[in-house]
Write a protein that binds this ligand. Sequence first.
Ligand SMILES: C[S@@+](CC[C@H](N)C(=O)[O-])C[C@H]1O[C@@H](n2cnc3c(N)ncnc32)[C@H](O)[C@@H]1O
Length: 368
Amino acid sequence: MKLKDALQIEKTIPNATPKFRFIDLFAGIGGMRIPFDELGGECVFSSEWDEFAKDTYELNFGHRPEGDITKIAARDIKDHDVLLGGFPCQAFSNAGLKRGFFDTRGTMFFEIQRILAEWRPKMFLLENVKQLRGHDKGRTLETILSILNGDAPPIPDDIPMSLEARKSLQKKLNYDVDFKVLSATEFGVPQRRERVYIVGFDRDHYGNVDASVVFANLEQREAVTRLSDALEPEGSNEVAKYTISDRLWEGLIRRMARHESKGNGFGHKVFGSNDGYCNTITSRYYKDGREILIDQSHMGLNPRRLTPRECARIQGFPDWFDLSACSDTQLYRQFGNSVSVPVIRSIATSMLKLSNRLEAGNNKVAVG
Ligand SMILES: C[S@@+](CC[C@H](N)C(=O)[O-])C[C@H]1O[C@@H](n2cnc3c(N)ncnc32)[C@H](O)[C@@H]1O
């Protein structure tokens, strides 16, 4: 699907008889749930502790997420078929300290594990930064996968986690899991954003299941797009106030020259509307916007930041998504933390297809 079409997808009206029930953990502004709503699911629980993200979520989905997941007992969550979790990634990202499981943000995985152990949903989809794959020479991801698989070695006592999580490690999970690093640009999204996606299917429920079929059968790969598909018209009222000041622009140029002379990258880039994609939007975008600036030199102007609506589009959020709950600063953080909706849409569709095929009794999971 082309970005322009994806942006026009209409908001889902909740179905009186939902096809499946799901929960939305580390929900942010709900980027992961949009495709699962579209596919006829009912969200029965969501959790997010940032009050501003909750405001945007509530405005768009009609209910306010519960707060800190570490304070919510697994049995207080409703039964569900699918678990979604874009768990915090600072501990694994380049920007963080790379402390992984020893950082409380890294241990948020164990919050997911204890909820899986309690409810054993049929499927799950997890999302994280690409660096998770290489973190601690691949051991962190390997540990995560083996816990989900049910064949993990004992987790050392000094890895911080809640008592409930520690206890639930005794209940072995039995998911067939697979992961893949996917680039948003292959899904019609004009942004270079690579993320690790992990899917799992419960063998106790499905029997013979091969989770890798999900990634083998993704639709919409290689959809070509242009940054201009996400941008407001040049010189329009919407963009006028986002032109950066002379002071900031001169500062960025000076800092870039300094970094270049030392052979370092600086991460500042000016994009033209004909470019196919821009850099990754991060949660720091509100600071100086340096990672993505839009060229306006042909109009004799300094570059400009993206507008919040353009950030939404660059993440593939449909245009019905209402941005009016928060300030620009909060919106930039929210979209930087969020997901590329078309990538999730493609994975979600493939997950549901595989599940339906297996539920219909065709246990021969063919690829292609
Ligand atoms: C990587 S973001 C996920 C964003 C989400 N997928 C979206 O589409 O917006 C992780 C989110 O987890 C939230 N979070 C971190 N720790 C939490 C906790 N203990 N309880 C609830 N939410 C938490 C953060 O505020 C952040 O919004």
